[in-house]
Ligand binder design. Structure first.
Ligand code: USQ
Length: 381
């Protein structure tokens, strides 16, 4: 299939491009380097700087023989996205092109505005470009498990049957996001749901949990093809952060009581999920929602997993609770369903001792590059 990956420079975008090209798809990536610019603006760069998209595509072609087309531009600019869709005529579109950080979105008015404008406008323009050029294509959109929040009932995959005063109906599962970033994803889902009903778009909205890891089948042995590994408070996610903290000898930053529980997945499983969603598309004219994670952990459990890995590797890892800079429940019920992707064939790569130790070792190679000042800034909600 012709697959267009929007946000192709990101943590997940570039690994997805390599993976889909290996599996026989014709891939184009698009990005405006927003993530790189915001990291620089916040002095929050990743552990190492990956080459730019043109360089990565050239390197990937040398290593694998697969071509990935690269287009640089801003999806909020209608002239650019209109020309992009007209040229490439994708059969499937993977939409990662959003400002992905909750703390960035909550920092100040400027960062909130960047998040709001970029995320909503990009999604709106993608919908318009699909209608104009490829109304039958399949949109695979990255949402987040954070759209649901942490309700006191089981979380279903996207929809909920409700019985009310003797009648029943099916509705989007209630959403209660915990940051402006997560709220933009709720709003995206509502926009998609609206245009699915109005225009018959075909959409898979993937509610993904926090992702960890660095290595995939495609980049193993090629560190120049690794994605970003952000460990800073703003763009880093919790498990990647804990691994870098352990290697740096920085006490693991457990926020509050550490009972916050989320659904996590290995970066290798993100790639499987995206490919499964593309190759088994949503029924025409429908909104399909999957919960994309493989196992749940509390922050305390993650800290213990990283501490134990450190012990095996000869590191002395301390765990420290900090006053929680976020507004969130620190002890709560959490039981989300996640059978849809398993039914499509997902084979989970779970967080075993071998997996965490390998990630720790990969980070140890970059120990000297770790900047302690990036680890905790205390961006408050
Ligand atoms: N946490 C700590 N210590 C830290 C960092 C985080 O205790 O040093 C806690 C947070 O308070 C939170 C949990 O760990 O309870 C997860 O935080 P996170 O920063 O890993 O994840 P989050 O801000 O929710 O966002 C990340 C990605 C986002 C994605 C989301 C999936 O940045 O793009 O959508 O994970 S989910 O969390 O399921 O909504």
């Amino acid at each position: 299939m012709r697959v267009l990956i929007l946000g192709g420079d990101g943590y997940l975008g570039w690994p997805t491009a390599m993976n889909l090209s290996v599996h026989g798809h014709e891939v184009a990536v698009c990005d405006n380097y927003l993530r790189r610019r915001l990291c620089r603006e916040q002095d929050s760069e990743a552990l190492f700087e990956p080459p730019n998209l043109h360089q990565r595509a050239r390197r990937w072609a040398e290593v694998s023989g697969h071509e990935v087309a690269v287009r640089i531009g801003d999806l909020c600019d209608w002239a650019f996205i209109d020309a992009l869709f007209a040229e490439f005529q994708p059969e499937a579109v993977v939409h990662y092109a959003e400002q992905p950080s909750a703390p960035y979105s909550m920092k100040d008015r400027h960062t909130a505005t960047v998040t709001f404008q970029n995320n909503l406008m990009a999604t709106f323009n993608v919908i318009q470009a699909m209608k104009a050029h490829v109304p039958d294509a399949h949109l695979v959109k990255l949402g987040t498990m954070g759209e649901y929040g942490t309700p006191n009932i089981d979380i279903e995959e996207g929809f909920l049957e409700i019985e009310h005063k003797g009648r029943t109906g099916k509705f989007l599962f209630p959403r209660a996001a915990g940051s402006l970033y997560h709220t933009t994803k709720v709003l995206d889902t509502d926009l998609l749901w609206f245009y699915v009903r109005m225009w018959g778009l075909t959409v898979t909205d993937l509610m993904q949990g926090p992702v960890y890891g660095l290595e995939t089948d495609e980049n193993e042995g090629h560190p120049d093809l690794y994605p970003f590994l952000n460990y800073d408070e703003i763009f880093g996610t919790v498990l990647n952060r804990f691994v870098v903290q352990a290697v740096a000898g920085y006490p693991l930053t457990v926020y509050g009581k550490g009972g916050q529980t989320r659904g996590y997945l290995n970066i290798r499983d993100t790639l499987q999920c995206i490919r499964l969603a593309i190759e088994s598309p949503a029924p025409k004219g429908e909104l399909r929602i999957f919960n994309q994670f493989t196992e749940t952990f509390s922050v305390n459990q993650l800290a213990e997993i990283v501490r134990a890995s450190g012990e095996r590797l000869g590191l002395d890892v301390e765990v420290k609770s900090l006053p929680n800079p976020r507004k969130e429940m620190e002890e709560h019920y959490y039981n989300p369903t996640h059978t849809g992707l398993m039914e499509l064939g997902l084979e989970p790569n779970l967080l075993t001792d071998a997996v965490i130790d390998r990630l720790m070792r990969a980070v140890m190679e970059h120990r000297d590059a770790i900047d302690h000042d990036r680890i905790f800034r205390g961006v408050k909600w």
